[in-house]
Design a protein around this ligand. Structure first.
Ligand code: ADP
Length: 558
């Protein structure tokens, strides 16, 4: 739902609160100065009783204090809720008096002598429908800022019920239907009272427009505008028609009157319907145009992204050639070809060689990523030994692990167990995980495990270390491209922040996924799960695969 315009809604509440208070004060002034017109607020023959007027003042002040949902309002909320309770109590006491014929003296608190001269019975007691309306209004004011949405909605439903009672009374006066405004023998809701209730309830509903249907009416959006227009057409017009029908009875028969009424109502409803349809259609067209623009922008962004990836792929490729030459010639010089190098020169040539290899690895990573983004990575499935795959990956990091004094331990199934997948990509993923494990571990060791799951249809690879670990806050980000934990050890060991991103994309390409568990300061464990056969094995090979499968599962080690 669109958010209603708060300032407009609160202005409406303020106007309603002032109108309610002003009505109550005017009527009380009328009673004080004995001005009959004022006690009826210039309309109808029924007076608004002093107790009713006083209760309107109390309810209006409570609403005024709660007109906006602000700090100032919450400071006043204690007082305003107290006033709301007072309104409920006055309503309930009156109802009890009416039901059981009691007299608590509430009716005679104000102007008893003047009231005794009027025909209302018992003198000064407000009508049942007015009392019910006050109970509902007081409860709604009390619950306006309830803790839960359900409580706040209840406040709105009380107001909805209250506004219906007031509307019925007004329609009753308009059409001369006594039963709609008079429930007691010698007391009824005055026209002025019904109007004041109307203002009070509109104020309550607009005070927190977000909590119910009232929000849709005061919303500044197209929906709000449409709702407001329809509201007028759907309320005032039938009301006026009903009135015309009743008062035109002298000029035409009942049948003709009803026929005209039905036709006019139908015409109005159709007009409203067509107007609403036109507005909705306009909205749909605007939405379609916006979608078209969004699609064009997306295409443009995709084109730009593809161009960027193309550029990266070409550049990386072009960089590899001279870099390989640097590495090759550097190695020759170090090995004394064509002339022997001094120990100092050899030392520096080794550093050049290490840096060049590091640069080559980075370029390879960027190249892989751009190929993945372009969708150019093709899968070439081959049958490969699960254990040998892990051993090859681990062998690449073995020298670095022993240099750091770390134990690199493998727990692998027997060499007979194979899987069908793109060995190069899976090996690269494993190398990335083992590289990180060795890179971010200073004490303890790294364990590489592999076993089968799901009847051997899935192969699980686990790389566990006893290193730095990753905090829970950082875990969701580590697979993002170019993301690194911003801390000294990360900067010390270097890297691009691409390794895990590329790993996850490669593993997903192979139909699997990679997840991580980690405790800061204790270590991390990365788990890759990939299908054992990248494509379905031919039917005749099935039985062998099943046999393989069971044993691989049983072979879980570590
Ligand atoms: P990098 O090239 O920086 O290693 P990665 O994508 O491989 O990029 O990793 C992203 C970040 O995740 C690393 O910078 C590091 O902070 C964290 N990380 C990855 N693996 C580990 C691990 N085994 N132990 C602790 N931190 C890790």
């Amino acid at each position: 739902m669109t958010r209603p315009s708060r300032s407009e809604a609160s202005r409406l509440t303020l106007v309603c609160a002032i109108a309610t208070i002003a009505t109550g004060v005017t009527v009380l002034t009328g009673w004080t100065l004995h001005v009959d017109l004022l006690t009826r607020m210039f309309v109808g023959n029924v007076h608004m009783l002093p107790i009713t007027a006083a209760t309107f003042v109390i309810a209006g002040v409570s609403l005024w204090m709660q007109r906006v949902d602000t700090d100032e309002a919450s400071r006043l909320s204690f007082v305003s809720r107290g006033l709301a309770v007072l309104v409920v109590v006055i309503g309930l006491v009156t109802l009890a008096e009416r039901a059981w014929g009691w007299s608590t003296g509430l009716d005679g608190l104000l102007f008893p002598a003047t009231l005794a001269r009027l025909p209302y019975q018992p003198a000064g007691r407000m009508a049942t429908n007015s009392a019910v309306s006050f109970v509902l209004a007081g409860a709604a004011l009390f619950l306006l800022d309830g803790q839960t949405r359900r409580v706040r909605q209840t406040a709105h439903w009380f107001s909805t019920l209250g506004i219906t009672i007031a509307a019925l009374a007004l329609i009753g006066y308009l059409y001369g239907a006594t039963a709609l405004y008079q429930m007691d023998v010698a007391a009824s809701m005055a026209v002025s009272t019904a109007c004041a209730f109307f203002a009070l309830y509109v104020g309550i509903l607009s005070a927190r427009p977000g909590a119910s249907w009232a929000g849709r009416l005061v919303s500044r959006t197209g929906t709000g505008m449409l709702a407001r227009r329809l509201l007028l057409a759907l309320t005032i017009v039938p009301l006026a028609l009903g009135w015309l029908y009743l008062h035109g009875r002298d000029y035409f028969s009942r049948e003709i009157g009803i026929a005209i009424l039905v036709v006019v109502i139908m015409a109005i409803q159709l007009t409203v319907l067509l107007r609403a349809a036109a507005i909705v259609q306009r909205g749909e067209r605007a939405q379609a145009r916006a979608l078209e623009h969004a699609a064009a922008a997306r295409d443009e962004a995709e084109r730009a992204n593809r161009a960027k990836n193309d550029f990266l792929a070409v550049m990386s490729h072009e960089l590899r050639t001279p870099l390989n030459a640097i590495i090759g010639y550097g190695a020759l010089l170090r090995d004394g070809i064509p002339d022997p190098a001094t120990p100092g020169q050899r030392n520096q040539l080794e550093r050049i060689g290490a840096s060049a290899k590091h640069l080559l690895a980075l370029i390879d990573e960027v190249l892989t990523l751009s190929r993945l983004e372009l969708g150019r990575e093709r899968i070439t499935p081959t049958r490969v030994g699960i254990a040998s795959l892990c051993e090859e990956a681990a062998a690449m990091m073995e020298p670095e692990a022993s240099r750091k004094g770390l134990a690199l331990t493998l727990h692998l199934p027997e060499p007979v167990y194979t899987m069908t997948t793109d060995a190069g990509k899976l090996r690269q993923a494993l190398v990335n995980l083992i590289t990180n494990a060795v890179k971010f571990t200073d004490r303890g060791g790294v364990q590489v495990r592999a076993w089968g799951e799901d009847m051997g249809s899935v192969v699980v690879f686990e790389v566990e270390d006893t290193g730095l670990g990753i905090s829970a806050d950082h875990l969701p980000m580590i697979f993002d491209a170019f993301w690194q934990v911003d801390q000294a050890p990360t900067r010390r060991v270097g890297g691009t922040g691409l390794g895990l991103h590329v790993t996850r994309r490669l593993v997903r390409l192979l139909g699997g996924d990679v997840v991580v568990r980690s405790v800061l300061g204790e270590g991390s464990c990365f788990t890759i799960r990939v299908p054992r056969a990248y494509w379905e094995a031919p039917a005749e090979g099935g039985s062998m695969d099943v046999m393989d499968t069971g044993e691989l599962v049983a072979s879980r080690a570590g």
